[in-house]
Structures are given as structure tokens and as C-alpha cells.
Design a protein around this ligand. Structure first.
Ligand code: TK8
Length: 349
């Protein structure tokens, strides 16, 4: 019997080797399709992003970063953008940047606040309500202070890009008041404040990675979700969501992160180029995203969505309903930080 097992074991081993050989062949192939641009032959820096190439996050953000770094370093670095969730969702990709197996990631701050709770200040509903306030935070002392919180987490923050003001969509009915949310299953990002806020509004929130969202809406395992207009339009959410309410309840920053050790190892002149490229691309990305925000509401109407604009009184009902969430998370985020954040936002002109 023992004798019989050996050939079987060898056969199994052979099959395993063949299968893994095939698999690595496949992954090499898909790597060869990326990047689309010519190789510079320089040190490879991969950037993971969940959104597609058309979203400003990449179209005007990471691709611009790539262009500037490669030009200014004369090809010493080759920046490879892996968009469309190829390297995993926000949480997974960010963990891999910490571990060093991916060099950079562009992630929403909300799903990775487990690493630095202070970033949850952005998730407090209605703490940011206009672009000027956003820029005052990003480009002022609060943005710097928050960025520094990542230093001992294995991550260095290079720039704040914009994901944007989040708007509610669903497939069931028009939502004008929190009462309309009763019984609706709403997908949220994996973030405790978002969950608490949707519960406070009377919905039935369920956290899930972005990559699973479209199918869940299509199969009606969730009724709705919330994301900024460019995502709703460019990811074709309108194919599976009929109603949008312009709630603007939370602002989500994109943070451009690089592995700390790698960052520390770069020569000063290269660091300077990376920083300039990050800030320049951030400026362009924010502007492009805001432009899309303005234009794509009409596009969404054209493709058949019902867009609900709330009056200030109607919006206030939502604001009042989520207000208790502040007290719940105050200790975790830090009262002083919340106050400083609010002050900087309010004094922005
Ligand atoms: C993309 C994600 C996504 C976010 C979400 O990196 O999960 O809803 O808004 O667009 O971070």
C-alpha cells in the first residue's frame, strides 16, 4: 500500500507544479499588460488604486504623478499604476504597502482609519460642506498634523487628493427624509462612523469593500450606497440605481501613501521630485474632480436617474439625525482635534 502511495504522491506533486506553473504564467501575462506605457527601465514603483482609469483619481491624479516623476527623474523610476482593484481593495492594498510588497496606494481615508483613528475626523457627518473648507484642511496645519500620525505606521502621506462629497443612491424609492430610509439596506465603507450615522438615520447599513458593491446592487443584496458623483457616473452605478439624493453627508479624502522605509531610502533630490509631483497632481486631480461633480449631475439625469435636491430645511433633518454621532466618537478622535478641524473649516474663505 505504501508503495502505491508514492507514485500517487508524485503525480499529485506534478499536478501541483503544473497548476502553479500555469498560475504564475497567467499572472505574468496580466503584469505584462500593465503598464500600458513604455518601460523606463527604472526602479519600479507600483501604485494601487481601486477606481478605474477614467476617474480623476487616476486620469488626473496618479497618471499625472507618474508623468512628472518619470520626466523629472529622467526615467530613474518607473511608476506603474494598477487601477481597477487589480492589487486588492483599499484595506488590503494599504496593508501591503505597510508590509512593503506594494510601494504606493491611493486609498480613501475612511476604510483605513483603523491605523490612525484621528483620520475619522473626516468621517464626522457634515464636518466639511464646501471645497474651500476642504482645501483649508488639506493644505493647512490640520492636514500636516494628520499626515504625521501615519509616520510610525509604516506609511508616509505624500498628498491629499479628492474622492469627494458623498451622495446617497438607491434602487427602491426617492429619499427626501430619513423616514424614507426605513428598511433600506445601504452599503457603507468599512468605517464605524459611517455605520453609526446610517443607523442613526434609520437605514440598515452593511459594510463591504468597494469591489463587491456593483454586484451586490445588481443582485439587490443591498438597496443602496453612497459615493461622490464621479464614482456614481464613471462606475455606471446608474445602471443599477434609479434614485440619487444630494445629501453631501460626508467628505472622503483620497490619501496618496508610500511605504515609509522606501521613502526614507530615497535620496533627498528624488524625495523633492516625488513631493512636487504629488502636490502638483493633487491640485490637478481636485480641480478635475470638482468639475466632474458639477457636470455629471446632469449626465446622471440624462441616463435616467431621479436626482433629488434637498432644501436647507430638508437637509437639516438629516443633519440633526446624525448629530449624536459626534459625541459617540469624540474620545476616539480627540476633542481638541475635532475643534481645531471645525475652526479651520469654518474660517476658510
Ligand atoms: C476607492 C474607494 C471607493 C470609496 C468606497 O479607492 O469604498 O465607497 O469611495 O471609491 O475608496
Amino acid at each position: 500500500m505504501f508503495k502505491k502511495q508514492i507514485p500517487m504522491f508524485l503525480a499529485a506533486l506534478l499536478i501541483a507544479m503544473l497548476v502553479s506553473g500555469c498560475l504564475s504564467g497567467t499572472s505574468k501575462q496580466s503584469q505584462q499588460q500593465e503598464p500600458k506605457k513604455a518601460s523606463t527601465g527604472g526602479k519600479v514603483i507600483k501604485i494601487a488604486s481601486v477606481l478605474n482609469d477614467q476617474h480623476p483619481a487616476n486620469a488626473n491624479g496618479t497618471f499625472k504623478f507618474k508623468e512628472i516623476v518619470e520626466a523629472k527623474t529622467k526615467g530613474k523610476y518607473e511608476i506603474q499604476v494598477y487601477s481597477g482593484n487589480q492589487l486588492g481593495d483599499d484595506v488590503k492594498a494599504t496593508q501591503n504597502v505597510r508590509a512593503g510588497s506594494i510601494e504606493m496606494v491611493l486609498t480613501s481615508a475612511a476604510p483605513v482609519t483603523g491605523m490612525a483613528a484621528e483620520f475619522m475626523v473626516f468621517d464626522l457627518p457634515f464636518i466639511l460642506t464646501n471645497d474651500k473648507a476642504v482645501d483649508a484642511i488639506f493644505d493647512g496645519p490640520v492636514g500636516k498634523k494628520l499626515a504625521a500620525k501615519l509616520d510610525d505606521k509604516g506609511l508616509h502621506l505624500l498628498a491629499y487628493y479628492e474622492n469627494g462629497f458623498r451622495q446617497l443612491t438607491n434602487s427602491a424609492r426617492e429619499v427626501k427624509t430619513p423616514a424614507d430610509l426605513k428598511g433600506l439596506k445601504i452599503r457603507t465603507m468599512e468605517n464605524p462612523i459611517h455605520l453609526a450615522a446610517w443607523r442613526a438615520l434609520g437605514a440598515n447599513p452593511t459594510p463591504m469593500p468597494f469591489s463587491e458593491l456593483f454586484t451586490s446592487m445588481q443582485q439587490k443584496t443591498v438597496d443602496g450606497q453612497e459615493n461622490p458623483i464621479p464614482t456614481i457616473y464613471l462606475m455606471k452605478f446608474y445602471e443599477v440605481q434609479k434614485y440619487a439624493t444630494l445629501t453631501g453627508h460626508v467628505y472622503t479624502p483620497f490619501i496618496l501613501l508610500i511605504n515609509s522605509q522606501l521613502w526614507a531610502s530615497l535620496p533627498a533630490e528624488d524625495k523633492k521630485i516625488f513631493e512636487e509631483a504629488a502636490l502638483e497632481s493633487a491640485k490637478i486631480e481636485r480641480a478635475a474632480n470638482r468639475e466632474m461633480n458639477r457636470k455629471q449631475v446632469d449626465e446622471l439625469k440624462k441616463v435616467g436617474m431621479t436626482i433629488t435636491v434637498l432644501s436647507p430645511e430638508q437637509l437639516k433633518v438629516f443633519q440633526d439625525a446624525v448629530a449624536p454621532v459626534y459625541a459617540e466618537f469624540e474620545a476616539k478622535i480627540g476633542k481638541d482635534l475635532i475643534n481645531e478641524f471645525k475652526q479651520a473649516a469654518q474660517s476658510a474663505k
